[in-house]
Design a protein around this ligand. Structure first.
Ligand SMILES: [Zn+2]
Length: 319
């Protein structure tokens, strides 16, 4: 062990800073300590546009290929270059602070950091798009599975008591939510549909015959005058739906005219007994109200009298 150099102020200070003694400094063989960080930049190599970016040089200390390159000058004027790992791993705190400061100010590194932030934002955006697409797939699947669950869901009351009291079912809830609710509400329906499918509640439904594209439905408009009784001509029984309400079984009959007009009639099982979906009837009724359902104008009828003018084709009777 030999002494070296005068016990100068500089050496005392670096010792106090926990820097290694000059001769033990890991970079001592590259240039004489103490050191000064004289520059930092990016050294990268790209064979052609779109090719992966590769380190453009290597660290003089460890030989590893590096991109972020720190130029360091020794007190003897010799310069060498090291990577960001090596410059931080020495216990030379003064050099580490200088390196950090240089990195913070370097336009090249600032641009690189901004680029990385931009790419991170882009990745987050893509993840969000993927999430939305996955959600949409789930909603589409639930919508497609709903007809097979119509019987199961149609037999359950609407989750909201006041709508259940009006005879609405879990099927109405599911349809409405899928069409109108936000992501959370739609997810609730998806989960309910998935659970019901797992529980084996889905029944096969014959796919709609694809022979002819369905003609566009004419827009429904209100008809008749509230309170007035009239003969409204021919309607088809579009739907006949049984609801178990507070007052017992109720039947909702939907009458559809060729021009799209929709009449609805809440009645009893016995009063609607003769009506079959698909029947064409000549209808006389009193208009009770004009209202809307799912964006469609419907005329609420009461005291309906009908005469079947054309019976539904045989297969429609099962519906
Ligand atoms: Zn290195």
């Amino acid at each position: 062990m030999t002494h070296f150099g005068p016990a100068s102020k500089v050496i005392l200070m670096t010792t106090k800073n926990n820097s290694p003694a000059p001769k033990d400094h890991p970079f001592a063989h590259l240039a004489a300590p103490p050191y000064r960080v004289v520059g930092v930049g990016l050294s990268q190599y790209q064979a052609c546009q779109g090719a992966p970016i590769q380190p453009g040089t290597c660290c003089d200390y460890c030989g590893t290929g590096i991109v972020e390159t720190y130029w360091v000058e020794g007190s003897d004027g010799r310069r060498f270059k090291v990577g960001n790992d090596c410059i931080r791993r020495t216990s030379d705190r003064k050099m580490a602070v200088e390196a950090r400061e240089a990195a913070r100010r370097s336009p090249e590194l600032i641009a690189k950091r901004e680029d990385a932030a931009k790419r991170a934002r882009e990745r987050r955006r893509l993840r969000e798009i993927e999430k939305i697409a996955a959600h949409q797939d789930r909603v589409d699947a639930a919508r497609a599975a709903l007809p097979s669950l119509a019987a199961a869901f149609g037999a359950e009351p609407h989750p909201l008591a006041h709508l259940a009291a009006r005879g609405m079912t879990r099927l109405d809830w599911a349809k409405w939510m899928l069409a109108n609710a936000g992501r959370t509400g739609q997810s609730d329906v998806c989960r309910a549909v998935e659970d019901a499918k797992l529980a084996g509640l889905a029944v096969e439904v014959a796919p709609e015959p694809e022979s002819e594209p369905e003609p566009a439905k004419p827009v429904s408009v209100h008809f008749g005058q509230k309170g007035r009784r009239e003969a409204f001509g021919e309607f088809e029984v579009e739907a006949k739906i049984c609801f178990e309400g507070l007052g017992g079984l109720r039947v909702l009959v939907k009458f559809r005219a060729d021009d799209g007009r929709l009449g609805v009639w809440w009645t009893s099982v016995s009063a609607s007994y003769e009506l079959v979906r698909g029947d064409h009837v000549a209808l006389t009724a009193t208009v009770k109200d004009h209202d809307q359902y799912e964006g469609e104008a419907q005329t609420v009828l009461t005291r309906c009298k009908f005469q079947v003018v054309r019976e539904a084709p045989e297969e429609a009777h099962q519906g």
